[in-house]
Design a protein around this ligand. Structure first.
Ligand code: 13P
Ligand code: SF4
Length: 346
């Protein structure tokens, strides 16, 4: 139970002292974020990982985030993911082998164009390495527009992976909404590479199964039930949902929106349910509602980080055993690091 677990986690953390830093993504359960030294969005967590000087980084998040932390931290630092089951389905939608094949088709269809691949942070290290090898970079939801600008200063077209919604929303933000085409790797017969490469922004047909479920009906319903409510959503939501919202942004933008709201304001939040619940708890003077009403927008990958596993990895470390170490292969690490450094620079 929580009452037994809490003192065990606290005892292990105090025993490990400065040897350990705990990072928690905004979507983690309450019992994880309460023990985190820092809670934030993907971009902030990658910066914190880069700055950390603890020997062990315990990552409350999903595999691709822990991989990025391993790439960014020094070689003598170890990244631990409390559950090896915490894999983001969207990251799995663009496998490096599959992207290699698509890249060959796309570049053959546009031999004179300079195409820059950009991958969302929500991808595995081998895909990040691929992007770096082709002159591209990584972005998160908070800096995708800057990554696109960086790419268009160097090339003519962007291949954006894996999230088509973030790609479309970013194109819109840059006034390039008429320049978007989608590349569906699961339907090779359904696309004509010559047609797709006519567009300047080619979006891989991936999506987040949590955010894609938000609809304009949710927005209409919340506005009907709460005429005074404003709506803030994550850019992994569909274009029309973003269009219907008042504010769009990364999980840290969503947090800032509620932090800076006046007491008594009502905000409906279109993102993973744990963050909505944290914001309700952290800001009791603001009325915080889930945009989806009773439909639970729960990320199963984030949920895998169970507080029992946090207790286990910490107590094992106290006993001198490293469990669930996330280690990216050396060759991928170097190139993926280039893609991440380019992001931290833009
Ligand atoms: P943020 O970068 O906004 O924290 O988002 C990460 C994520 O996985 C959203 O689904
Ligand atoms: Fe992946 Fe979506 Fe979960 Fe974020 S919320 S980790 S994109 S499945």
């Amino acid at each position: 139970s929580e009452s037994e677990r809490r003192p065990r986690i606290e005892a292990a953390l105090s025993e490990l002292g400065d040897d350990v830093v705990v990072l928690g993504h905004n979507y983690q359960r309450r019992e994880i974020v309460e023990h985190a030294d820092f809670v934030g969005d993907s971009y902030e967590l990658s910066k914190r990982a880069a700055e950390a000087d603890a020997e062990y980084v315990i990552f409350g998040g999903v595999t691709f985030m822990a991989e990025s932390a391993d790439i960014i931290t020094d070689d003598d630092q170890t990244v631990i993911l409390p559950s090896m089951e915490a894999s983001c389905p969207m990251a799995g939608m663009a496998e490096a082998l599959q992207v290699d094949a698509a890249w060959a088709e796309i570049t053959a269809a546009a031999p004179d164009a300079e195409i820059i691949p950009i991958t969302y942070m929500n991808s595995y290290a081998d895909l990040k390495a691929f992007c770096a090898s082709q002159g591209g970079l990584v972005c998160t939801s908070s800096n995708a527009h800057r990554a696109f600008e960086w790419a268009f200063e160097r090339g003519d077209k962007v291949l954006f992976l894996p999230d088509k919604h973030l790609g479309e929303n970013t194109a819109h933000r840059l006034g390039m909404e008429d320049e978007v085409a989608t590349w569906d790797p699961w339907d090779p017969a359904g696309k004509d590479p010559d047609e797709v490469v006519e567009s300047d922004i080619i979006c891989w047909d991936g999506y987040c199964q949590v955010h894609e479920r938000f609809t304009t009906e949710h927005v209409e319903q919340v506005r009907e039930d709460n005429p005074e409510a404003s709506v803030v959503v994550h850019p992994e939501c569909r274009r029309e949902v973003v269009e219907a919202a008042d504010v769009v942004g990364s999980t840290s933008t969503i947090c800032e929106t509620i932090e800076t709201a006046d007491p008594g304001e009502t905000w409906a939040i279109g993102t993973e349910i744990h963050l909505t619940e944290h914001l309700q708890r952290w800001h009791p003077d603001v009325e915080v509602l889930p945009l989806c009403g009773d439909a639970c927008m729960d990320c199963n990958a984030m949920r895998q980080i169970d507080p029992n596993y946090l207790t286990w990895v910490l107590e094992e470390l106290v006993a001198g055993r490293e469990r669930n170490v996330i280690e990216v292969a050396a060759d991928e690490k170097e190139l993926a690091g280039v893609a991440l450094e380019r992001m931290l620079e833009v």
